[in-house]
Design a protein around this ligand. Structure first.
Ligand code: MN
Length: 249
């Protein structure tokens, strides 16, 4: 696909806006990662004809923007090495296996049909794209409005919710993600192994992802070493609850 086709498809997808997930394809491949001047617009991924192509959107803030909670070096490696690797390898898998998914929702709905490479790297590409957008500098640390109402209804209180979410993050043995998902109007907390996500047909936890926390050691080890609980505690300070509100149906 050349740049013109790429831009045309991006525009069509933006106009169509049918996909529930975060943007994965982005036409502005020249932007510098970590430069807030080049923050991506938020839109859907491509749902058109031809093979699905993932692209890494520019990080919507500087690498150091989440300090002291998440350090700049961790952010740089996480975005530039780990996430970039997943994006590269899912595109390889799509080509190698001739994957005909129309968008990431379709890909994950049929993920058992394809290889571990497609599963792990497709999940890795999508999960991190969401993760970057769920964080940002200058957040209050607490939700309000409809998100707070929904959390109170499901978990009793925000503190009760944080306790249950932290428990899910701590009990995920090895690498994986903790999630808050929406299941038929109800909020549910759980976790998935590796780069699985709740959109995958055979995931341990299913639903529409509202909030996701990366608990792989690569997400925290430089700053927090083995203290995952300290990372989770600090992470609440950078969660952008407005983004969660935008995802809540
Ligand atoms: Mn990660």
């Amino acid at each position: 696909m050349d740049r013109k086709q790429f831009l045309t498809r991006s525009l069509k997808a933006t106009m169509g806006a049918v996909v529930a997930g975060p943007v994965i394809l982005h036409a502005n491949s020249c932007a510098s990662p970590g430069d807030p001047q080049n923050a991506p617009e938020i839109g859907p991924s491509i749902a058109g004809t031809g093979p699905l192509v993932f692209a890494q959107a520019p990080l919507p803030y500087a690498f150091a923007a989440l300090e002291p909670h998440i350090d700049a070096r961790t952010m740089e490696l996480h975005y530039s090495k780990h996430h970039a690797g997943y994006v590269k390898k899912i595109n390889e898998a799509i080509a190698e296996e001739k994957i005909d998914a129309s968008d990431e929702v379709d890909l994950f709905a049929r993920i058992p049909s394809w290889s571990a490479k497609a599963r792990n790297n497709g999940g890795g590409a999508w999960n991190h794209d969401l993760f970057w957008k769920l964080m940002g500098p200058g957040n209050t640390g607490t939700p309000n409005g409809k998100v707070l109402d929904a959390i109170n209804a499901s978990f009793g209180s925000f503190d009760g919710f944080k306790e249950a979410f932290t428990d899910a993050a701590m009990k995920r043995f090895g690498s994986g993600w903790a999630w808050l998902v929406e299941q038929e109007g109800k909020l549910v907390i759980g976790s998935t192994p590796n780069q699985d996500n709740p959109l995958m047909a055979d995931a341990e936890l299913r639903g529409k992802p509202l909030l996701g926390l990366d608990v792989w050691e690569h997400a925290y080890y430089l700053n927090y070493q083995n203290k995952r609980n300290d990372y989770v505690t600090a992470w609440w300070s950078v969660v952008d609850w407005d983004v969660v509100a935008g995802r809540l149906g």
